[in-house]
Design a protein. Structure first.
Lengths: 106, 163, 85
């Protein structure tokens, strides 16, 4: 019973992390700071939620599959973040400071 | 001979993954997974990855384990720092160059991966042994000063167990 | 009030936030970033749903979805990069 409660607490923490990630992606005005913040916070939320689900479920094939998903995510999430940032950098996106209403950034 | 050893090691990994996906442990499942893994490896070697890559993508088992454990701790530190920065809105974004002393391609890409996951930095580009990094708290643009703050101890951790 | 129902509802709200960034994003990379976030939220929703109904075949879908989302975002990023040069 104690592991279910601990797992649910972990899930709640991960929801808080992800909510902060979404808040930052909605409110920052510079693309690079959005990339840096969301990459971190989203990965932390994902790992915490999977740990919580593994705690709830105990040791079984279910949690082994969750471990497989965790490994895939750890391998692929930084690569996709890096490739988005690299694409923006190569195409000539320069750093703007926090200015409002830059209008057409395209 | 080395190739055969590599095949056998990878077949064990593929069999474990297949057993997890199939959710059944018996002889047929393990054999099936090993055979499917062998077929996949043969096709990949023949048509996709030409050449010898077995030596390139090599990391010791304990090195990998220590690396992953340290990585998870650093990810949590990064998350808490990022939350702090979001709430106080202290941002000073800049792009710095970082020089690395690692030589092989695989190790450099592992380093770039862990730089992306650790506090406040995302790797942008690589030319030779120089990595371009976005840094969210850009206090200096000097590569020698910024290097140790960005790379932490991952460089020695990755190259240390190269036995 | 079930705990998992609350988790699913919060995940749905976060997904809507991500979709908002996809819609209003000024540059195309912002949209791509929002798409990345939305796909990871969907994977988490699948995991929570599999936990509720206690069936593990849904996790296979989660694995496939995570790999497809990764390949999709990398390919789109590469494609845009060539276009803009």
């Amino acid at each position: 019973m104690i592991n279910v409660i601990a797992g649910q607490i972990l899930m709640g923490i991960s929801l808080v992390f992800m909510a902060i990630g979404i808040y930052s992606v909605l409110t920052f005005h510079d693309f690079y700071s959005r990339v840096v913040i969301t990459a971190k916070v989203d990965t932390v939320g994902f790992i915490t939620l999977i740990f919580g689900a593994m705690l709830i479920q105990g040791f079984s094939f279910f949690s082994l599959k969750l471990l497989l998903i965790l490994v895939f995510e750890l391998l692929t999430s930084p690569i996709s973040t890096h490739s988005i940032a690299h694409s923006a950098y190569t195409s000539g996106y320069t750093i703007r400071k926090e200015v409002r209403a830059e209008g057409s950034g395209e | 001979m080395k190739r055969l050893l590599h095949y056998i090691k990878m077949m064990i990994v593929f069999a474990v993954v297949w057993v997890i996906l199939e959710e059944r442990i018996d002889g047929t499942t393990v054999l099936m997974g090993a055979l499917i893994g062998l077929g996949t490896m043969l096709v990949t070697d023949r048509y996709v990855l030409r050449g010898d890559y077995q030596e390139t993508y090599r990391l010791g088992f304990w090195t990998a384990l220590r690396y992953v454990a340290s990585l998870i701790v650093q990810i949590y530190v990064a998350g808490v720092q990022a939350v702090y920065r979001v709430l106080t809105r202290k941002l000073n974004v800049g792009i710095v160059d970082v020089k690395t002393s690692l030589t092989s391609d695989f190790h450099i890409s592992l380093l770039a991966n862990s730089i992306t996951l650790t506090p406040g930095t995302v790797t942008l580009d690589r030319k030779g042994d120089t990595l371009k990094v976005i840094w969210i708290d850009c206090t200096t643009t000097d590569p020698d000063e910024a290097g140790p703050q960005i790379k932490l101890n991952f460089e020695s951790l990755i190259s240390g167990g190269r036995s | 009030m079930n705990f998992y129902a609350v988790v699913l509802a919060v995940l749905a709200l976060l997904t809507i936030g991500g979709i908002t960034r996809v819609i209003i994003g000024p540059t195309i990379w912002d949209r791509l970033l929002g798409l990345n976030l939305v796909s990871s939220k969907i994977i988490m929703a699948i995991i929570v749903f599999a936990l509720i109904i206690q069936r593990s075949f849904l996790l296979d879908i989660a694995i496939v979805y995570s790999l497809l989302g990764y390949i999709g975002s990398v390919l789109i990023a590469r494609f845009i990069e060539r276009k803009e040069e």
